[in-house]
Design a protein around this ligand. Structure first.
Ligand code: FEO
Ligand code: CA
Ligand code: CA
Length: 614
């Protein structure tokens, strides 16, 4: 009826305005609190957080830095208890350590502390009273830190590949640690998938002076290795901007010592939050790239599809489809079966073909009024066989970008989150930006990436009959930016009704199927934040800003809980910016003084419907 229609389309909150405040801002009628912050105790025996006395041992038991992907595992039969999973993507040493003068002069203790601040956390949480607010529980039985030092296992077809063998792991089966875990996914069998993204800068490589600039010098490596390094941009010479210098604390990160170690990062990792002793698994069947996240959907015939973006300019979107079928109903045997589903299956990369020969100039849409067309999933590995000429299965899985280059996939504007909407069945992918599109020597615009020098990014909506389908239709849902800019598009909505948005990154859906977006790197000069838009009905595309995060922060991991009563978001790198330091940070959020990356819960305080946005 009318009420339901209003609910589905009607996000009733008053949008938060554009601002540069050093706090979290939520709509009237909502409140927020910090659920867990960098340094908070996680594992049993964690010491009290003392920024002046950090150590790798303390950090390995405390909540890590730069929280990104967030998900919640409800306790069966108890809606007031849950396990929170959070990724810790990277570290801002200039904000973490007093007197930091750069990676080249870091102490081994600082580097090891940073290594312990990476990875992820499992934290038991509980509801506060009967509200949508959550807090950390006292019990720590389930709590766990995963770090860059946690023992892991390779599973899937490339496990044991010669490309994965090192002097410390001669069989290529036991990688150590995960790094730069960005977004992720929550499987139907209640495990987390977490994507290793920008793993490349952690490795030290010799440098070569090229016109006054230090660039990686791969000339001492065999040509096939060097080609792979170049394709992924692996290794940073000492003294360059992104060099992290971990080799000074751990020889694995010295490429001249362990030339295969870079192949052991860039994977999707599966972690079972319900077993604190379980070994995280790096899933080689899903391929290796700068994985943003990995989200699942069940096909009509019961297989599991996984959607994945590779976040770098001109990279690709991927889909994996399992060979085996999901077994519902829980139970230990079903769970074991399901946990192995992502070890065998087919891997595809997407091609997006437009249907308008003349693209228009984005303010002036193509003749058919849409940036749209057909697409297909181009096979890389099918039935255990490589479909890429000249590459074996393990080569396709370890050097997936090279494989995708060879089959004519579409180079996208930095693919971030990609996820199927459980209500309308469409798949949404955020392309966060690409300021090199159409610049000299770089690919020009195409209908799926139509803006030259794409500063603000866009969102594509994919219509697949089924997650198992190999063909689809697609259209651009959002061309982000200031709605006053004619080169923006909000799914055809009246632009006087929408909030400005820039650089969509993570995405999720509420129980009504509304699309929620989080942003990173707002190029409109204001703080990042979280937004929502209906995807159907009269308000389709009416995007409204739900919250803003503090100065220098990106907004990550938006999640609306299954009961609709809580929004969770990760405030990543508050205070990050030029000249911002421990002694003089640009942000002092959330407690005054040292900025602390934190996960917050947001809930509704106004009388009436307690659900977020309703
Ligand atoms: Fe770590 Fe693509 O954002
Ligand atoms: Ca078109
Ligand atoms: Ca991201």
């Amino acid at each position: 009826g009318a009420a339901a229609a209003t609910r589905a389309g009607g996000l009733t909150f008053s949008p938060v305005g554009v601002n540069t405040l050093d706090t979290l801002v939520v709509p009237n009628g909502y409140d927020w609190s910090v659920l867990v912050a960098w340094g908070d105790p996680v594992e049993e025996g964690a010491p009290h957080f003392d920024p002046e006395r950090q150590s790798p041992q303390a950090q390995a038991k405390q909540f890590g830095y730069n929280c990104d992907y967030v998900t919640v595992f409800a306790f069966p039969g108890d809606p007031d208890r849950a396990l929170l999973w959070v990724n810790h993507e990277y570290t801002n040493e200039e904000l973490m350590f007093p007197g930091w003068e750069g990676a080249a002069s870091a102490t081994v203790r600082q580097i090891r502390t940073s290594m312990a601040a990476h990875g992820g956390s499992v934290v038991e949480i509980e509801r506060v009273g009967r509200t949508g607010e959550w807090r950390r529980a006292k019990g720590r039985r389930w709590n766990r830190r995963i770090t860059a030092m946690t023992p892991m296992a390779f599973t899937g077809p490339a496990a044991g590949s010669p490309l994965l063998r090192t002097s410390e792991d001669r069989r290529g089966l036991h990688p150590v640690g995960m790094i730069n875990n960005c977004a992720g996914g929550h499987t139907p069998w209640e495990t987390v998938l977490t994507g290793e993204e920008n793993f490349n800068g952690y490795f030290t490589v010799p440098g070569l002076d090229q016109d006054g600039e230090l660039v990686p010098d791969y000339s001492s490596f065999p040509p096939d290795l060097a080609e792979g390094y170049a394709r992924y941009g692996v290794g940073a010479p000492t003294g360059t901007e992104f060099a992290r210098e971990w080799a000074r604390a751990d020889r694995r990160f010295d490429m001249t010592q362990e030339p295969n170690e870079p192949h052991r990062f860039g994977w999707v990792v599966q972690i079972d939050p319900w077993d604190p002793t379980s070994t995280p698994r790096k899933l080689t069947a899903l391929g290796r790239c700068k994985h943003e996240g990995a989200t699942t959907a069940i096909t009509r015939d019961g297989r599991v599809a996984v959607y994945m973006g590779d976040d770098e300019r001109f990279e690709y979107t991927y889909k994996f489809i399992s060979k085996g079928r999901f077994r519902a109903g829980g139970g230990a045997a079903a769970r074991r079966h399901n946990m192995a589903l992502l070890d065998e299956g087919d891997l595809y990369v997407a091609r997006y073909d437009g249907d308008s020969p003349d693209l228009g100039d984005a303010g002036d849409l193509p003749e058919d009024g849409l940036y749209d067309g057909r697409g297909r999933w181009v096979p890389l590995v099918v039935d255990g066989e490589s479909r890429v000429p000249g590459m074996s299965v393990d080569e396709v899985l370890v050097l997936t970008r090279t494989a995708a280059d060879r089959v004519g996939a579409t180079r996208m504007d930095r693919p971030e989150d990609m996820e199927r909407n459980p209500v309308n069945g469409k798949v949404y992918v955020n392309l966060t930006n690409n300021t090199q599109r159409g610049t000299e020597g770089r690919p020009g615009p195409d209908e799926a990436n139509p803006r030259p020098v794409n500063r603000h990014g866009h969102t594509i909506e994919i219509t697949e009959r089924d997650p198992g389908a190999l063909g689809f239709r697609w259209q651009i849902f959002l061309l982000a930016g200031d709605p006053a800019d004619p080169q923006t598009y909000f799914a055809g909505a009246d632009k006087s009704r929408v909030s400005p948005i820039s650089c969509p990154d993570n995405l999720t859906f509420d129980p009504a199927g509304n699309l929620w977006l989080a942003t990173d790197g707002n190029a409109l000069g204001a703080n990042d934040g979280m937004f929502a838009a209906p995807v159907s009905g009269p308000d389709r595309g009416v995007l409204k800003q739900f919250l803003t995060v503090p100065v220098g922060a990106e907004c990550c991991g938006p999640l609306i809980t299954a009961d609709g009563r809580t929004a969770l978001c990760a405030v990543q790198h508050p205070g990050e910016g030029d000249g911002s330091t421990y002694a003089s940070p640009m942000s002092t959020w959330p407690y005054g003084g040292l900025p602390r990356p934190s996960v917050v819960s947001v809930w509704r305080t106004a009388p009436g419907d307690p659900r977020i946005g309703a």
